[in-house]
Structure formats: structure tokens, C-alpha cells
Design a protein around this ligand. Sequence first.
Ligand code: HMG
Ligand code: MG
Length: 302
Amino acid sequence: MNLPEKVTMIEVGPRDGLQNEKKQVPTNAKIHFIKGLKEAGLKEMELTSFVSPKWVPQMSDAKEVIESCLDEDRNFVLAPNRKGIDRVYETDVKHVAVFVGVSSAFNKKNINKTTEESMEELKPILAELKQKGYFVRACISTAFYCPYDGKVDPDDVLALCTQFADYGVDELSVADTVGMANPQESYELFKRLNDELGDRLLLTAHFHDTRGMALANVFACLQAGISRFDASSGGLGGCPFAPGATGNVATEDVVYMLHQMGIETGIDLEKLLKAIQGISGHVSRDIESKYYKLNNQTHSVS
Ligand code: HMG
Ligand code: MG
């Protein structure tokens, strides 16, 4: 089977993993979590987001988190609009992630704009970010199914992704927001994206595990030539504006699977487990990932 020798994991736990937590996670616990994840070898990470604190109170400490955690790694901060980008300019952040839904119904619930309105706002912003030398990642939500409008047409996904490529982004993170995609759909969409856009930018897959298909979807994407995956340590996560969606595929489960197949990630699973133990006491849900449940009893929680 033709699989990559190396895979890059992009950790989204501190952002996607925590944004949906109802009880405010202490800023120090977030910082400790991020540092532990970095210790474990995660060199690309979404640290937080510059969004409205009224819409997503959990991310209201974004500035403090950034101030304590920025280093030479690829540290992303999400920003959906001009106000978010202006907040980026007040920091030393050099890696920005914008986010848009293929489904306008979802985009409206998530950022109060249609997809078209978001793209209009982002066009000059992306040109400006590139001109200033920022690394830009575009997160494409509802690439398979929308919680409001159902099945999404792959032609619409390709059209939106191509528009972002034309606007000069460096990376596309293409997401199954509600965790409904099956491995066949994942293979077909990512194969097509890879064939059409793979030589123009980095392509990353982002799966939520609502129906237990995320790991199979990762494997399908490996076969489609994808070697970058978003994941959340502990399998935490979910978008507050995507009803019914649960956490991302767990970083530790993906890394374990990859290592078992002889694929390198540069991640130390022992250290990763420690980082998850550290945050586990601050989140309302149990850590359900297979690797964590199997290995946690042999370690004491820090
Ligand atoms: P709005 O209410 O339309 O915003 O919300 P507005 O432009 O009318 O401004 C209203 C107020 O918000 C003003 O403040 C603005 O200054 C402030 P006021 O005058 O009332 O005091 N404001 C902001 N404050 C801080 N940062 C900003 C910002 N923008 C405006 N950037 C808005 C529009 C985009 C702000 C809102 O809808 C929002 O914050 N949405 C964020 C939604 C979100 O974070 N979703 C989760 C991340 S996406 C995701 O999880 C999916 C992903 O994982 C991939 C996948 O799985 O699909 C990436
Ligand atoms: Mg997500």
C-alpha cells in the first residue's frame, strides 16, 4: 500500500478542544496544556482564537495565552474577520487561520455572515496578510455535511477551496465539522482536492469523531495522499454552532495508529498522555480516547 513515511499532526486541542467547554478553563491550565503538548513534540498547533468573547467566552483569554506560549513553532490563532485580524496585528503571531463554511447556513450561525459575504470580507484581508509575510491557513467547515442543510456538494467544496488557493493561502484544513463523513467520501473528496490543489498548497484533513468514523477517515485520507491531520488531544472539541457534533479525532489515537504502521510523527506518546492528564481535571467531560483509557491507569494525574 502506498502510504506516507511521515505525517504532520496539527494539534487543535487548545482551541477546538476547549472552545465548547461551558465552564471557563483557567488560563494557567490552558498554558500548561499547550506547553505539555509542545514537550510531546507537537510543532504545529492552534493556540486559541480571536473571536467575540460574547459568542465564545472560553476564548476570551486569547491574548494572555498567546503571550505565554508563542515560540518558534507554527502557532496558529484563528480570526474570522477584520476585527480578529487587527487583534492579530497587536501580537507577535505570524500564523493565522481564517475559517469559512461551505454551507452558508452554517457560516451564518457560526460567524453571522453568508459564505459569500465572508469571502468578500476575507479577499483583501488575505492579500494584506500575504503581503505582510504571514502564513495563512484556511479552515473549511462543513465540507461533507451541514448540521442545518444536510449533504454538501463536493463541487461546492472544490470551488471554495480553489477560491482560497487563488487568494494565496498556504494551507487548507478541510473539515468534517459534524463527524458524518464515511471513509469512501473522505477518500474521494481528498483525492480530488489533492489532484486539483495539492501542488499549490498544504492540504490537511480535520475530522470530528461524532459517529466513530474519524480514525477510518484518517486512514482513507492517507491512501488519498494526505499527510497532514488536525487532531485534538484527549479527543476534546466541537463547535458551539454545530449542534450534535462531538470532539475531534484524538491525537493520541491517530499517533498510535500511525506508529503501529511504521509512520513517523515525531510525537512522544508518554509525554502526550501527561499533557492530557494535566487538562483532564479542568474539562467537564471524560477523556474517551482508546489510547488514553488503556494507558491512563498506569500513570498518576498531575
Ligand atoms: P457579530 O455579532 O456579527 O459581530 O459576530 P459584529 O461585527 O456585529 O460586532 C459585534 C461585537 O463583537 C462588537 O463589539 C465587535 O467589536 C465584537 P461591541 O461593540 O458589541 O462591544 N467583535 C469582536 N470581538 C473580538 N474579536 C473579534 C470580533 N469581531 C467582532 N474577532 C463574529 C461576528 C464573527 C464576531 C461572531 O460570530 C464570532 O465571534 N463567531 C466565532 C464563532 C467561533 O469561534 N466558532 C468556532 C470556531 S470555527 C470551528 O470550530 C470549526 C473548525 O474547527 C473546523 C470544523 O470543524 O468545521 C475550524
Ligand atoms: Mg473543528
